[in-house]
Write a protein that binds this ligand. Structure first.
Ligand code: BT5
Length: 333
């Protein structure tokens, strides 16, 4: 495609490259070259145009365009089948449609904005334009249905590792699906399973990453519980670098999980667990009870000790971490 070739030529040129040279290389008119340059600028590339010298790339597009992500992808599967959208209702919904049509493992749907982003239990995920990464991956692990929930846990570990690599920040994980900084949510994960006869057919792992949000980007009701990497780091974070690091971490963790199970990820999870040893309130369906967060087991179930000292396995539900000796909750839904 001419536009891709023009971008590559401008990127590879040691300095300016003339319109004449581009038109000769691509066998298209100089005005056609100019039209492609205008389109590239609209995609976020800063391209200088000088009447005598020609074109020069001042900076690459900060957007998660295939032209920026694919050449730098180090993974074998995750992200190789790449679908980028400026806006979608929900990346999980689109990924599910692709999975139904037979999309291969690792298919990635990325959007710059979601107009109907979803959390668990019908809750909404706030997904404003140009500050977050909203993505969904199609995975096809050959595992029993009972292991599907572990994917949420391993994804949170992988995302923490990516954040640590790219920003130096030290996030924590709140079971089952939140990543936190300063006790506030910077990421939520929604894993949806399609199974046949107790075996996973495909999984959609949806991740909402708060990257470059400022306080005003969050609506008032979410502001007290939400933060972003930029707010915590005090500087803008390179979304492309973050996405690439995340995909590399996730592929490594996912492959380890496929061969060795959740036990191989457990220590990494525990090293980042929020609220270990702290009093917690568990809400599972209609039932509410209080205990102390002890650990996580080899299957990814949360281990909570009740007031009588008995340890219970929690497979689903909400956890609110309570301040020691206090009555209120410092985090919860
Ligand atoms: C989650 O649900 O945390 C899962 C969120 C998954 C979102 C991704 S984005 C890509 C993919 N496509 C989708 O449509 N969804 C996935 P839950 O644990 O139910 O938390 C939802 C709660 O988090 C809300 O009720 C709010 O309180 C809070 N919340 C909403 N938007 C937020 C945001 N941007 N940052 C922090 N907290 C938020």
């Amino acid at each position: 495609m001419a536009r891709t070739q023009i971008l590559a030529a401008i990127k590879n040129a040691p300095s300016y490259i003339s319109g004449e040279e581009l038109s000769r290389q691509l066998q298209i008119s100089r005005s056609a070259v100019w039209k492609h340059v205008v389109a590239l600028r609209q995609e976020g590339y800063e391209i200088e145009a000088h009447t005598r010298l020609g074109y020069r790339l001042r900076s690459a597009s900060p957007r998660l365009l295939a032209s920026e992500v694919l050449p730098r992808l180090t993974t074998k599967r995750l992200g190789q089948n790449y679908h980028f959208f400026a806006s979608l209702p929900s990346t999980n919904r689109t990924a599910k449609e692709l999975a139904r049509q037979g999309a291969p493992e690792g298919t990635l749907v990325v959007a710059e904005e979601q107009t109907a982003g979803r959390g668990r239990l019908g809750r909404a995920w706030v997904s404003p334009r140009n500050c977050g990464i909203y993505l969904s991956l199609v995975l096809r692990p050959a595992v029993p249905l009972g292991m599907a929930a572990q994917v949420t846990l391993l994804t949170s570990v992988s995302y923490c590792r990516a954040i640590e690599q790219v920003t130096g920040l030290k996030p924590m994980i709140k079971w089952p699906n939140d990543v936190l900084l300063s006790g506030k949510k910077i990421c939520g994960i929604l894993t949806e399973v399609h199974a046949e006869m107790e075996a996973v057919n495909y999984l959609i792992v949806g991740i909402g990453m708060n990257v470059n949000h400022q306080g005003a980007d969050f609506p008032e009701e979410v502001r007290p519980v939400a933060t972003s990497l930029a707010l915590e780091a005090g500087k803008t974070v390179d979304s492309t670098q973050l996405l690439l690091a995340f995909l590399a971490c996730l592929e490594a963790d996912y492959d380890r999980w496929l061969s060795d199970g959740f036990g191989s990820i457990r220590e990494q999870w525990l090293a980042r667990a929020a609220g270990l040893g702290r009093p917690v309130q568990i809400v599972a369906g209609q039932r509410q009870w209080q205990g102390r967060l002890a650990s996580i087991d080899e299957e990814g179930a949360l281990l909570v000790t009740d007031t009588d000292g008995a340890t219970h396995r929690v497979y689903s539900g909400e956890v609110s971490i309570r301040p020691e000796g206090g009555t209120g909750y410092d985090f919860g839904d």
